[in-house]
Write a protein that binds this ligand. Structure first.
Ligand SMILES: [Zn+2]
Length: 81
């Protein structure tokens, strides 16, 4: 399957992983999502069963820096707007 990491703030593609032999369950375990609660999993992962792509919400370096230097921006929901 294919795993894409998208920044949840600026909506940019942060990285991608292609593991054709992985099932959804493999990806969940190998990428550490099995440790998340069901609510966290739902917030973090979108899975497109048709083409076997998993979309993972993450935070890119740029937004990570922005949030750390301006945590108050999180209140607005999007540090870049
Ligand atoms: Zn970002």
């Amino acid at each position: 399957m294919r795993i894409e990491y998208w920044c949840k703030y600026c909506k940019h593609l942060v990285g991608e992983v292609n593991q054709p032999l992985w099932s959804y369950a493999d990806a969940e375990v190998l990428l550490g999502f099995a440790n998340l609660s069901p609510v966290e999993q739902r917030d973090t992962i979108d899975y497109n069963g048709k083409d076997g792509t998993m979309y993972v919400k993450t935070v890119c370096d740029y937004c990570q820096d922005a949030v750390e230097s301006h945590p108050e921006l999180l209140v607005e929901g999007n540090p870049l707007q």
